[in-house]
Write a protein that binds this ligand. Structure first.
Ligand code: IPM
Ligand code: MG
Length: 346
């Protein structure tokens, strides 16, 4: 029996988690069991912490984790001691050792016109951001006094080495091009990152490696996105660049992600978008990034490439036939989008 831990979280989270469970149930039938756990702001309200031991243990015991989104204005505070929903997300990534965050960006031709960029710029774009997820400034020591604050950014060579290998392997299976993004003209962590990535490159002679400074990468993602294949970068840069890259697809409501650790650890699959508190409860959230995350769960989490492809094709076909939720400039509701995709699964 395959077990999938489901963390609906906050805001639109429950509205998109339920249909994703429905879709996975449709594809996997009785071979799968879902266990739902409270997480994020909902968990703060119920238990005073964003990630309880019970939720963590449930995720550890599962074959894969499907997460929707966390956060919202209710828990937004500048008080350094107050619990935050995001701590749940960072905590689960760290506890499960999910150091490799894979964010594919593949604009669908049917949506070219939904992008803020001209179709001729987006055309042919098919890239993957490989973001280091458990190190760097997100996890360094934090200090705060009345008049100053600091966040430490540190990386070990082992942390850089293992994420670089994930990226080289992926680039080797794709077009063989890897852009390593850093800020080596300023940051010591970046200079060591660059050195380690070049050492790892010796093991992957077939992959063409290019160093790109993060500010320049931000620019090129807009000016010539189709020139990228695999981008590997540290935690903070990857967070920012993946949101930027998401917009190439027309909406951040389209982007899935996989967070993977060492073999044997359950992977965590979640859309790149957040909990969208402004539209929560209205039944208009776009469930497609969640569906595409479920597809990544099938392929990378459970080794079910056939079912993954079926789900991705259903999403593509629905879009090609005109399915548009509000974020894509249309008026389809979440329920209509779900019915549309479900109806194409067989
Ligand atoms: C993401 C999110 C998170 C991150 C936040 C919610 C902590 O923006 O998954 O990209 O920055 O990692
Ligand atoms: Mg982000």
């Amino acid at each position: 029996m395959t077990t999938i831990a489901v963390l609906p979280g906050d805001g639109i989270g429950p509205e998109i988690a339920a249909p994703a469970v429905q879709v996975l149930g449709e594809l996997l039938g009785s071979q799968v069991e879902f266990t739902e756990f409270v997480f994020g702001g909902a968990s703060i309200d119920a238990h005073g912490t964003a990630l309880t031991d019970e939720t963590l243990a449930g995720c550890r015991a599962a074959d894969a984790v499907l997460l929707a989104a966390v956060g919202g204005p209710k828990w937004d505070t500048t008080d350094p001691n107050a619990p935050r929903p995001e701590q749940g997300l960072l905590g689960i990534r760290k506890e499960l050792g999910l150091f490799a965050n894979i964010r594919p960006v593949r604009p669908i031709p049917a949506l070219y016109s939904a992008s803020a960029l001209k179709p001729e710029i987006i055309e042919g774009t098919n890239l993957v951001v490989v973001r280091e997820l458990t190190g760097g400034i997100y996890f360094g020591e934090k200090t705060r006094t009345a008049t100053s604050a600091s966040d430490l950014c540190s990386y070990t060579t082992d942390e850089v080495d293992r994420i670089a290998r994930v990226a080289f392997e992926l680039a080797g299976r794709r077009s063989g091009k890897l852009a390593s993004v850093d800020k080596a003209n300023v940051l010591e962590t970046s200079r060591q990152w660059r050195q380690v990535v070049h050492e790892v490159a010796a093991d992957y002679p077939a992959v063409e490696l290019e160093d790109v400074l993060v500010d320049n990468c931000a620019m090129q993602l807009i000016s010539r996105p189709s020139s990228f294949d695999v981008i590997v970068t540290e935690n903070l840069f990857g967070d920012i660049l993946s949101d930027e890259a998401a917009m190439l697809t027309g909406s951040i409501g389209m982007l899935p992600s996989a967070s993977l650790g060492t073999p044997g650890t359950p992977g965590l699959f979640e859309p790149v978008h957040g909990s969208a508190p402004d539209i929560a409860g209205q039944g208009i959230a776009n469930p497609l990034a969640m569906f595409l995350s479920a597809a990544m769960l099938l392929r990378d989490g459970l080794g079910r490439p056939v079912e993954a492809a079926a789900l991705e094709s259903a999403v593509d076909a629905a879009l090609a036939d005109g399915l548009r939720t509000a974020d894509l400039g249309g008026s389809a509701t979440t329920a209509e989008a779900v019915t549309d995709v479900l109806g194409r699964l067989h």
